[in-house]
Design a protein around this ligand. Sequence first.
Ligand SMILES: *Cc1c(COP(=O)(O)O)cnc(C)c1O
Length: 357
Amino acid sequence: MNRFWSRLACGITPYVPGEQPKDKSYIKLNTNENPYGPSPKVLEAIKGATDEGLRLYPDPTSDVLISAAAQSYGVRKEQIFVGNGSDEVLAFAFMAFFDPGRRILFPDITYSFYPVYASLFNIDFNLARLDSDFSIPVKELLKSEGGVVIANPNAPTGKALRVSEIREVIEGNPDNVVIVDEAYIDFGGESAVRLIDEYPNLLVIHTLSKSRSLAGMRIGLAFGDSELIKALDSVKNSFNSYTLDKLAIVAGAQALKDGGYYKDINGRIIATRQRFVEELSKRGFSVVDSKANFVFTSHNSISAKKLFSELRERGILVRYFDKPAIDNYLRITIGTDDDMSAVLAALDDILEVFCYN
Ligand SMILES: *Cc1c(COP(=O)(O)O)cnc(C)c1O
């Protein structure tokens, strides 16, 4: 802190992303990136757009991307907003739909960016306590004062709500916006996008970072009633006219057109998850039922903290959260079959050294 800092800058506690280490090469299973590359057509599209045209500003409406999203999701263009990663879309949504003084509501264990945005924008919040099995208590999310935010599947647990439960939350908050962050929906959850025609207070947020293998391009989308989209456009155009660059716009559009490729790689990730969960269970781990590209797991005799550091020493990076209620869990991203075999071999080694000697 420094005397030149604004009160805002002094008062905030920033989000800390999973590390992107440079000291050596790790099997990187700490930030839920896709282990498979983007579709070859996406790479071609990026190369095709890499020319002297980059001297010009990109299309401020990202029309090519929004048209591809409309086609791919079967919604109208007026029902779509795009931004520089879903983190930015979330930030704009907090500004567009939540007011200081009217408490919003989200689960106590969820994506840790939500409280960060709330404090950045001075929005008060209440936390709904997850059930002991990490289920989101739907009944606790009704009648919020100022809005609701849910990650579905939830992070970092991977547990999903059914669309009927999402519907209950939306109907229980008719005067407020309900944001459903579906960052991991393509790994087995049931999307609420199809509900946007029914509910003017529903905003569903997607990202191309995980299931579309484009974390490096920063592309996020929001789906909702056209009146909600107008508010997002209005906030965005008061902040930065060009949140998406030219390469991101063409890459995102191509990724949305290439559904078959992504269905294939994400199907592989789901199959790998299944095998990995079975193998973990054989080794004394309990694993939360996951509909995401990661698992949340705890061992019956070695602490998660110990496992985290031992895995790291063996060249495997996973995510550990030193927070009450989840400090004995690891979040492990699902990589390729080879990645997960390496994790299991490392775990066998660790268990042998620490448990059974
Ligand atoms: C990864 C993640 C995001 C952020 O995605 P970007 O589009 O890369 O900003 C948002 N919400 C949740 C729950 C996530 O896990």
